[in-house]
Design a protein around this ligand. Structure first.
Ligand SMILES: [Zn+2]
Length: 157
């Protein structure tokens, strides 16, 4: 059964080091899907709110749904294609985050452009990988990487 427990686990990990954990998916039509943890002062403390990426109070903000701490997913009425996208993310968030980052060349978590080769290959950066508990493999170094590494090591002497 598909539920939101994978998303909750990701946010639980991120909450150890981040006060306002969130990540944002960029869609082909320019719209966004944002997942954000709600604070303890809200109606659903710790739940994940899913929006179109507009900030709270913005007239165009749309609340697409919620993922509650027990993993239950409550989605509002929306176009079928958008609902399918959200379910795909909820089913396999880590892979979808990586693919979205690779596709748009920006980290879904912090929004920075992915420039170095390893970040591009992962679809997110090393700092966000650590904060969210995501894989960060040792991608083999090229000759250029090794030279740059040696240079930086030697500069410290
Ligand atoms: Zn990042």
């Amino acid at each position: 059964m598909t539920d939101g427990s994978q998303i909750i686990r990701l946010f639980d990990k991120a909450s150890e080091s981040l006060k306002w954990p969130h990540f944002t998916f960029h869609l082909d039509d320019g719209s966004k899907i944002k997942f954000k943890r709600l604070s303890n002062k809200t109606r659903y403390p710790g739940s994940i709110i899913i929006t179109n990426g507009k900030s709270f109070g913005h007239p165009d903000q749309r609340i697409l749904g919620y993922i509650h701490l027990n993993g239950s997913v409550i989605l509002n009425e929306m176009p079928d294609q958008l609902e399918i996208q959200i379910w795909l993310i909820i089913t396999d968030p880590v892979e979808k985050i990586a693919i979205n980052g690779m596709r748009y060349n920006h980290c879904c978590f912090c929004g920075i452009e992915l420039t170095d080769r390893r970040s591009v290959e992962h679809g997110y950066g090393p700092i966000c990988a650590e904060k969210w508990g995501l894989p960060w493999d040792n991608v083999a170094l090229t000759v250029e990487d090794e030279n740059a590494l040696l240079k930086s090591i030697r500069q410290k002497d």
